[in-house]
Design a protein around this ligand. Sequence first.
Ligand SMILES: Nc1ncnc2c1ncn2[C@@H]1O[C@H](COP(=O)(O)OP(=O)(O)OP(=O)(O)O)[C@@H](O)[C@H]1O
Length: 589
Amino acid sequence: MEVLRQLRGFYQAKLNFLVLSIVCLAAATGLGLVYPMLLRRLIDDVIRQGKYGEVLWIAITAVSVVAVKALLQFLHGFFGGRLGNYLAYRLRNACYEKLQFLSFRYYDTAKTGDLMSRLTGDLEAIRNFVGFGFAQLLNLVLMVTFGGLVMFSIHWQLTLITLITIPFLAAVALKFEARIHPAFQEMRKALSSLTTAVQENVTGVRTVKSFAREPYEVEKFSHRNEQYKDNQIFAATLWSKFFPVMELLASISVAVLLSVGGTLVIRGQLTLGELVAFFSLIWFIIGPMWGLGFHINNYTQSKASGERVLEILNQPIDVQDSEHAVELVHDEVQGDVQFDHVTFSYGNKMPAVVDIDFKAPPGTVIGFLGGTGSGKSTIIQLLMRAYNVNHGYIRLDGRDIREISVHSLRSQIATVFQETFLFSSSIRNNIAYGMTNVSMEEIVRAAQLAKAHDFIMELPDGYDTVVGERGMGLSGGQKQRIAIARALLKNPKILILDDATSAVDMETEQEIQSGFQEVMRGRTTFIIAHRISSLRHADEILVLNEGRVVQRGKHEDLIEVPGPYQDVYRIQYADHLARSAHREGGAEA
Ligand SMILES: Nc1ncnc2c1ncn2[C@@H]1O[C@H](COP(=O)(O)OP(=O)(O)OP(=O)(O)O)[C@@H](O)[C@H]1O
């Protein structure tokens, strides 16, 4: 119930639906009791007394009762459905919104399949319980109480004897629940791992095929599928045992009722009508027992689901606006970036970057070079405030970025990542991503600057060509150029190119960079690259090794001093250097 309490804010506004749904169901249940009483009257007061004229009235009453009961049941479904759907709708929106604002740290360990199942299966379980399960569970108690009271009022001794099997029925139902619940949990886990297998297979289909690992994938899926099947068979076997046992116990009650009740009728201590009414009432109590396991299971499942959904909603956001966060005004931002002795580590790991210290005045270009894992991307992520620094400060126009609202900070920055993500939409929408007040001319201009316009025009529908999920159908270089166009369209004060031109050839890279120089005038640019050619025009190049700056300076200076930069330069320009040496040698000779 703690879970329901925590979720209260999401259904509070429609609490009247919950009340109405319960009232309607309880009223329908109450009316259900009229039926046995009518039977009793029909037999004892009408048929046995020979008052056949009253049969019609009893029949009309019975039909009216059924009609009202049906209406009440409809209203219960109507209000319950409204409540459940309203709750699910609000929870879905709240979870999705939370997922948008959760920090990068959360996504470092989050699993896509698991998140998807929380937003679908778990929400469905909560919807069902709050909409219907809760009222049904309450109704179950009402049915047993109402039914028992009416039976007691007719003949309490017979009631006690007849209900002798009820504790056993309840025990079997609860025991069944205790066994079926873990079985269901296993089934859910198996289904989740099955879904994950399919999702990973589709996402990584190129890797699978290029390594010819289809048989391995089939084997992996088949193994998980078998686990799922075994779980289902186990659950089905439990169900198949449950119903006969319950029926057997229920029939004992009926047998006791008929023998003891029949004897009482013969002795004149019970009327025939009362016996028939009893026969009808007993199902009022046995029926709910059959559903007891199901309803409790429903409750425990929705409780577990509620906890999983609440886990998302209660997730702390470690990067968020401070109380007095400043909103930046785009036209006033200069783009002056300063890293002041910044150190940062992911979790409890060794620091990913140590004592990073540099200044990037407005309009300058800063380049980062370093081996894999040397901390280049981390520096950029810290600038976007994907994570908070552990030590030191990052300043934009002299202000600590923690004092700036996260949204307005990121609005000034456009990043082109190493891996381009394209949405399954048109190229035009991919370039304009999320911007509504942008004209086609601006989109085309950005594409031209990114050297994407020509190849886009060659596609069947030009800018309206819909690219598949993750940009399938485009080459790596084409996808990167679209991503660059997207960044340029944003017209940011700070541009980050995280190995952004790695997938285009040297010639295109030159072209794109000359385009950049045109649009990036007066804006601060950070370039992460493995090619010296991408960095040689930078105002300052920082060479990183194991999270520390080991060399810094301009290209012309760095190639003159022995060190990692010169080593990389020699490797990348080996041909060029050899040719120059050859020419110089020839000239001397
Ligand atoms: N999300 C993360 N969680 C934990 N550790 C991380 C995470 N991202 C990076 N690291 C670690 O931080 C260190 C620096 O990684 P970073 O991605 O900044 O390197 P990089 O220089 O950009 O490498 P590359 O050129 O391969 O992209 C590495 O040791 C890496 O394992």
